[in-house]
Design a protein around this ligand. Sequence first.
Ligand SMILES: *[C@@H]1O[C@H](CO)[C@@H](O)[C@H](O)[C@H]1NC(C)=O
Ligand SMILES: *[C@@H]1O[C@H](CO)[C@@H](O)[C@H](O)[C@H]1NC(C)=O
Ligand SMILES: *[C@@H]1O[C@H](CO)[C@@H](O)[C@H](O)[C@H]1NC(C)=O
Ligand SMILES: *[C@@H]1O[C@H](CO)[C@@H](O)[C@H](O)[C@H]1NC(C)=O
Ligand SMILES: *[C@@H]1O[C@H](CO)[C@@H](O)[C@H](O)[C@H]1NC(C)=O
Length: 425
Amino acid sequence: MKFQDIELLFGNKNPKQMLPKVTVLAILLAILIFTITPLCYPLFSYSSLLKINKYKQPSKYGEKKCDIFSGEWVPNPKAPYYTNTTCWAIHEHQNCMKYGRPDSEFMKWRWKPYECELPIFNPFQFLEIVRGKSMAFVGDSVGRNHMQSLICLLSRVEWPINVSPTTNDYFRQWRYPSYNFTIAAYWTPYLVKSKMVDSIGPSHNGLFNLYLDQVDKAWTTQMDDFDYIIINAGHWFFRPMIFYEKQNLVGCCDCLLKNVTDLTIYHGYRKVFRTAFKAINSLQNFKGVTFLRTFAPSHFENGTWNKGGQCVRTKPFKSNEIEFEGTNLKLYMIQLEEFKIAKKEGSKKGLKFQLLDTTQAMLLRPDGHPSKYGHWPHENVTLYNDCVHWCLPGPIDTWNDFLLQMLKMEDMKFSSGERLHAQTN
Ligand SMILES: *[C@@H]1O[C@H](CO)[C@@H](O)[C@H](O)[C@H]1NC(C)=O
Ligand SMILES: *[C@@H]1O[C@H](CO)[C@@H](O)[C@H](O)[C@H]1NC(C)=O
Ligand SMILES: *[C@@H]1O[C@H](CO)[C@@H](O)[C@H](O)[C@H]1NC(C)=O
Ligand SMILES: *[C@@H]1O[C@H](CO)[C@@H](O)[C@H](O)[C@H]1NC(C)=O
Ligand SMILES: *[C@@H]1O[C@H](CO)[C@@H](O)[C@H](O)[C@H]1NC(C)=O
């Protein structure tokens, strides 16, 4: 299976077409960040802004709860737990060692929450918990990156068989025969109905119509029977978009059409999650748990993705070495706000929402991306330096440490009938 996710993320293949107006985009974005952001998010910290029901685990029974998503990366000489020779599921463009990445230290870290330990992924335990269940990965190629990490981590126990209903690579389904566990990928980078109206567009990475109040039925019609949905969206919102609501054009983002209001990516991002969550909460038969996997920052340095930006670091940041700010913070805040609304709505129907809160951990991992090691040097790819996706093995494996930990808490609540404080209200 060979996905062309780089083209899909960043438009067509011709680098010569990738030049001019991105500067405009960068300037607009900068203006936006420096003017709007301070107004919306003044000095106090993001966590005090929202009394969000974040996932917390008890550090010990009855003691103070631990936020597993707040912590630091610490060395882990035992990692990695698979390689590109033991796992076939690594996507071509994320097989960094194959393409000559010289350093391997980036694989040798684990996430240490400040107030407790996050256990390393145990594939046996995971498969026991999800026996007879099904899990959908809904979103873009970073979601697929996550799913492929899971397949690799589970490969010590079992390989799945391909049970995809079609030959479409973007809608793969896998089944673990001994556990009757199914995972499925649903390709929907905008979550809502969208249409590419120009493959080049004003900044040479496409122009998309987004119908902000209409879901993408490619995934919503398939969710009813899933036990878990892991949903994400993000990096496609950096392309020019035209927004429609109630069938009317309401504005755009970097479309450079003279008589159309610029509504910023934040407008679209918020509406899209609102629409997607509403759709989940309106499903007829769905009884599962929805995990919002929060935005995972990219790390282009010394230039944008098409202007020589790259990510050449070989070590994680410490949390005091990088500011959680700007676009990363704003997108994350929007996700948290919409999540909070959805969770409240869902609880009326008995539907659960959980925050798989990867943003801060991944902000600290500029060393985890393929950069130029996602293809051969002579290969003609649009995203020459990929600082968006994550090498496998690599820091994205930690998302499954988080996921298992959250599933364990869910499982304990149900099987023991005891209310552990996995969520507080
Ligand atoms: C890269 O692709 C473009 C357009 O497809 C082509 O014009 C150019 O010659 C290619 N470069 C290489 C090195 O193959
Ligand atoms: C795995 O990585 C090694 C370099 O560490 C490379 O030589 C080899 O071709 C890769 N194998 C596969 C199957 O990707
Ligand atoms: C496998 O799990 C599905 C639910 O995901 C269930 O409908 C089906 O009956 C199970 N099959 C077996 C053989 O247990
Ligand atoms: C912009 O204005 C022109 C001229 O008034 C009109 O023809 C065009 O349809 C408008 N475009 C949009 C997107 O509304
Ligand atoms: C960016 O540029 C600075 C100064 O020119 C240099 O010190 C640094 O190594 C560069 N960083 C990357 C990631 O290329």
